[in-house]
Design a protein around this ligand. Structure first.
Ligand code: ADP
Length: 245
């Protein structure tokens, strides 16, 4: 693809409600993430993290400001792209705190469903899913049902699902919150590897002190405004945790 140049927002604002009860949740946010980069987004409760994540994921519309993914403009001061559903399906991958796998589909089909929904043939979708499951070291579980997997395996499958349509952007919302230190570092290590391998811009919203030192760049959000700062970028190799543990 020629336009895989990350995600960029400028002067993004979001006002909930009208008149005296209006809340300005975002007051002019600037943020840029390059392909292959993983940035952290941190801030206290009520600072606007969820609102920003929902705008980035094209789940809610900002009030004003500009957002683009590569050369594709999504919002521009009141104008918006027509088909936000296709944008969410094809251009943005989501990773959550819990894997949310579909219990009645096997591992392959949980991942293949995404390209199938985008119109790819079942055969090719399953092929893509299996390749990615191999990359994420859960290829041997391709035929298992989600309940037969460990928590770590399920999280890898959910990362495969987020990547399978090769989105230029991945949004991860507290992806390590329930995990112990070693597993949290494993997940963040996987996200960093995948960002580079697939040229994806990754934004991780987190409170998790265990992973904050891993970011090379962070955005702090306070009272609806972002402040960029350099992070430590300490992506240490975590102690070996077996995939099936
Ligand atoms: P965070 O995720 O950092 O806790 P939010 O984005 O949820 O912050 O909230 C930012 C501000 O916007 C808060 O003051 C919150 O009360 C307000 N807010 C969030 N969602 C809504 C909504 N749907 N309607 C009105 N106000 C909202």
């Amino acid at each position: 693809m020629s336009d895989r140049h990350g995600i960029h927002i400028e002067g993004l604002t979001k006002r909930y409600g009208h008149g005296e009860t209006a809340v300005d949740a975002l007051k002019g946010v600037d943020l840029s993430v390059a392909p292959g980069e993983v940035v952290g987004l941190i801030g206290p409760s009520g600072s606007g993290k969820s609102t920003l994540l929902k705008c980035l994921g094209a789940v809610i519309e900002p009030t004003a400001g500009r957002m683009a993914i590569g050369a594709q403009v999504i919002y521009d001061n009141g104008w918006r792209l027509d088909d936000l559903r296709a944008l969410r399906r094809d251009r943005i991958g989501f990773v959550f705190q819990a894997p949310y796998l579909i219990p009645f589909l096997d591992v392959t089909d949980n991942v293949a469903l995404m390209p199938m929904l985008a119109g790819v043939s079942d055969r090719e979708a399953r092929q893509r899913a299996r390749e990615l499951l191999d990359v994420l070291e859960v290829g041997h579980r391709a035929r298992a049902m989600p309940t037969q997997l460990s928590g770590g395996e399920q999280q890898r499958v959910s990362i495969a699902r987020a990547l399978v349509n090769h989105p230029p952007v991945i949004l991860a919302d507290e992806p390590t919150a329930p995990l112990d230190s070693a597993r949290a570092l494993t997940v963040i290590g996987i996200l960093n590897d995948m960002a580079v391998r697939y040229n994806t811009a990754v934004i991780v919203v987190t409170h998790d002190e265990k992973i904050i030192p891993t970011f090379k760049r962070l955005y702090h959000i306070r009272d609806g405004r972002t402040h960029e700062e350099a992070g430590e970028g300490l992506l240490l190799t975590p102690p070996e945790v077996p995939v099936h543990a």
